[in-house]
Design a protein around this ligand. Structure first.
Ligand SMILES: Cc1cc2nc3c(=O)[nH]c(=O)nc-3n(C[C@H](O)[C@H](O)[C@H](O)COP(=O)(O)OP(=O)(O)OC[C@H]3O[C@@H](n4cnc5c(N)ncnc54)[C@H](O)[C@@H]3O)c2cc1C
Length: 464
């Protein structure tokens, strides 16, 4: 069977790519994994075309890889050979906004930054805010249960999805959830899709909750000598009943990379920076900021300050969001890649976890940079390594495993927000083992079989 010929009968010529030079970019995502060239990349215009592509692939048992923004850091969106990629690029419309019921309906390929620029005009926003929001999509972020900078206050994507339209592997179209906040209808199939990493069905549009924009935001910046102090500071702020909207930290290597790429300097004798945003109604912001600032200063920062200047705040915010590109200047050779660990612990365990990660690296000697969404306990361990060096990669995996074990020891998790993809399959099993719940893996495999009996969706990822 000539699959390209069959696809030509479904798609116009601008929606089907199969020449090598056109499809090469689709063989990679933002991770270090090298995928293979698929047979073709399809860019359907609507759900009917998408459904026909799925049906064709299902009948012929051709693996299908769904692609949103391709920003996965775990290899979740790289295809393998003899497969079809479905790009969601043309599902880019915002369909409906209801500010009374507080939801927006958006197609799966809408990029989060575009969604928020639109909502901003009405005084609303969609809280999930991965640092990749300029490129990551509604469908991709639902599929990985993305978190990001504002999760400290608003939680991750799972808190914000009311419903969705999906296409099953056999081409059937259905809808989960709806436009209301409350439903009691048995198994929650909307929830099942969140974090499913393109293995169960294709999300074509979603009903998302939105929130009014906070009236006023203030920011505290503090630099400390010891990295554990940011963990202590966040724990103390929370203990005092203050929930920061954003709480981020970056170590010295990250600060140095920002200095080199963005010209933002930092006190030379500091080893870590804490960014803490407090959001509130206009009248209550100042006392809240004052209380938080007092706590931050009780840990003897090298320098600290409060700002409500929007230009200054935006500058730091964008520097933090762009940190992974800044860190590229810290590579010691062109072969080096950055592999990003994504552990999470209860915030009360942050300080000890940060200390133990550093201790652990004394056995490995990796150049690492520690940063992350510390407000919800999420630590990203950026490891500078070489994916083409087999021995070094074994060591890298070992280090990731050891840091995963540190998170598990403190009742955290091996994957906070980046998902499993290809990278964390062993870590997933490790977590189930540690929690004495290996049976969960079996349940997940059975669910996969119900949705996708021929195993065509995102074959080789997550569970295999
Ligand atoms: C610079 C950078 C910073 C990042 N920062 C963060 C961060 O702060 N927080 C965070 O959580 N993540 C972060 N990430 C990781 C990444 O952006 C997220 O995993 C994001 O959710 C992926 O969205 P995407 O649209 O790019 O999806 P893709 O990478 O295209 O796909 C991810 C997975 O979702 C599936 N998928 C995509 N669209 C659909 C669909 N419509 N239906 C079904 N399955 C689908 C794919 O098959 C794949 O399994 C970052 C990545 C980069 C490169």
């Amino acid at each position: 069977m000539d699959i390209i010929k069959q696809l030509t009968s479904i798609l116009d010529k601008n929606s089907l790519l199969y020449k090598k030079e056109e499809i090469i970019p689709y063989s990679r995502d933002a991770s270090f994994f090298k995928g293979s060239l698929p047979l073709a990349v399809t860019i359907p215009n609507n759900v009917e075309e998408l459904s026909r592509i799925m049906k064709l692939c299902y009948e012929n048992e051709i693996p299908v890889y769904i692609r949103g923004g391709g920003t996965s850091l775990t290899g979740a969106s790289v295809p393998f050979e003899n497969s079809i990629v479905i790009s969601m690029a043309k599902f880019d419309k915002i369909l409906e906004l209801d500010t009374i019921s507080r939801y927006v309906v958006a197609e799966a390929g809408v990029r989060l930054e575009n969604l928020n620029s639109y909502l901003d005009m009405f005084g609303y926003f969609y809280p999930p805010d991965p640092a990749s929001s300029i490129a990551s999509t509604v469908g991709g972020t639902i599929s990985t249960n993305a978190g990001g900078l504002r999760a400290a206050m608003y939680g991750t994507t799972k808190e914000w999805v009311l419903g969705m339209e999906v296409v099953f592997p056999n081409g059937e179209i259905t809808r989960f959830g709806g436009k209301v906040l409350k439903r009691s209808l048995g198994y929650d199939l909307t929830a099942l899709m969140i974090g499913s990493e393109g293995t169960l069905a294709v999300i074509t549009k979603a009903i998302l909750k939105i929130a009014p924009k906070p009236r006023k935001i203030g920011r505290i910046l503090a630099y400390y000598d010891e990295i554990e102090k940011v963990g202590e500071a966040v724990a103390k702020v929370k203990e005092e009943g203050i929930t920061p909207m954003i709480a981020e930290f970056m170590d010295k290597i990250a600060l140095e990379s920002i200095k080199k790429t963005k010209g933002i300097s930092y006190p030379e004798n500091s080893n870590v920076m804490l960014i803490l945003d407090i959001a509130s109604e206009e009248s209550s912001l100042d006392p809240l900021l004052e209380r938080a600032y007092k706590i931050i200063n009780s840990l003897n920062p090298i320098q600290s300050k409060v700002t409500t200047d929007p230009i200054e705040m935006e500058r730091i915010y964008l520097a933090r969001k762009g940190i992974l590109s800044s860190l590229l200047v810290e590579r010691e050779s062109m072969n080096q890649y950055m592999i990003i660990g994504d552990i999470v612990v209860p915030p009360s365990k942050l300080a000890i976890t940060l200390k133990e990660i550093q201790e652990c690296n004394k056995n490995f000697y990796f150049k690492i940079s520690l940063l992350g969404h510390i407000g919800d306990g999420n630590i990203h361990i950026t490891i500078f390594t070489d994916p083409n060096d087999v021995e070094l990669m074994k060591k890298t995996e070992e280090f990731l495993l050891e840091t995963g074990k540190i998170a598990l020891k403190h009742e955290g998790s091996v994957s906070a927000e980046h998902g499993i993809g290809l990278e964390k399959k062993k870590l997933l099993i490790e977590e189930f083992k540690a929690k004495n719940s290996l049976v969960n893996l079996e349940i997940m495999k059975q669910i996969k079989k119900v949705f996708d009996p021929k195993n065509i969706l995102n074959r080789g990822k997550l569970l295999e």
